[in-house]
Design a binder for this molecule. Structure first.
Ligand SMILES: Nc1ncnc2c1ncn2[C@@H]1O[C@H](COP(=O)(O)OP(=O)(O)O)[C@@H](O)[C@H]1O
Ligand SMILES: [Mg+2]
Length: 260
């Protein structure tokens, strides 16, 4: 399948320490794949490596998407290819408004080599219409677009902004890192509905979460468990329910047992 994200034996170091120790994972278009795991198991490291964060040094393996080994592309090129990361901890950028940031991101996607960016830029009226509709879908008031990026945002507002970006950029492969953390039940519903509206048969989604709760709203077809930098179990949605009930320790014991 050309548009599946194919992660093969991925090894990643952070500050000289190996965190991902050979991760294998395939995400097919039109599916939601959840990766669950205890804190510190390497979930965010996987997300950052897919997006191309410079602190996460790939020491082995491949990530193939749309026929390219994306590990050879810079983050902007990956984004243009349709890959999107919703951050676990979005950063504040004082001085840059939400609207200007989103317009710059859209225009960067529309830019073409050897063409004046003015020619490919989204017309202002079209942009305004698009952002207004997207914000309404996420129950955000108009003033939100004029605020500085994540500055003074509540946890819920930060996560809504990640989904607003996603709905403006319409990625074909979305990675969502703990989008549920810090959300109360109403915000969780708004955010999940926003994501579900974007799902389509050409889009793959990797949902990273510690808790099963989110998966009641964004329903995965596949669930994988990460532990100590490896995928140690894979199954369907029932695996998430089992983790909810039994915690992670039983898997840890089984994994350690199988190594002996
Ligand atoms: N930027 C970083 N600096 C130092 N250590 C890091 C950094 N990112 C991740 N690590 C380490 O890598 C391991 C996995 O972290 P992470 O990928 O954030 O796990 P998870 O998202 O599953 O909680 C942890 O031991 C963490 O301390
Ligand atoms: Mg994390």
């Amino acid at each position: 399948m050309p548009n599946e994200l194919h992660i093969k034996d991925l090894r990643v170091e952070v500050k000289g320490q190996e965190i991902l120790k050979g991760v294998n994972l395939t995400i097919q278009p039109g599916t939601v794949h959840a990766v669950m795991g205890p804190n510190g198991s390497g979930k965010s490291t996987l997300a950052y490596a897919i997006a191309g964060h410079p602190n996460y040094v790939v020491t082995g393996g491949e990530v193939i998407y749309k026929g390219e080994n994306i590990l050879e592309l810079d983050p902007a090129e990956r984004s243009k290819l349709g890959i999107f990361l919703a951050f676990q901890y979005p950063v504040a950028v004082p001085g840059v408004t939400v609207a200007n940031f989103l317009r710059a991101a859209l225009n960067a996607h529309r830019a073409q080599p050897n063409v004046d960016p003015k020619e490919t830029a989204i017309p202002m009226a079209q942009f305004r219409k698009q952002i207004k509709a997207a914000m309404q879908d996420l129950s955000m008031d108009d003033g939100f677009a004029r605020r500085y990026l994540n500055e003074g945002f509540s946890g819920g507002e930060k996560k809504r902004l990640e989904i607003l970006q996603m709905s403006m950029l319409q990625p074909s492969m979305a990675v969502m890192d703990e989008t549920d953390s810090g959300l109360d039940i109403d915000a969780l519903r708004v955010v999940s509905e926003g994501v579900n509206r974007l799902l389509n048969p050409d889009m793959g989604v990797l949902v990273i979460t510690h808790y099963q709760r989110l998966l009641n709203y964004i329903k995965p077809q596949f669930v994988s468990v990460m532990m100590e930098g490896r995928i140690v179990r894979s199954g369907g949605p029932e695996l998430a329910l089992e983790l909810e009930e039994r915690g992670y320790d039983w898997i840890k014991e089984e994994v350690v047992g199988s190594l002996n």
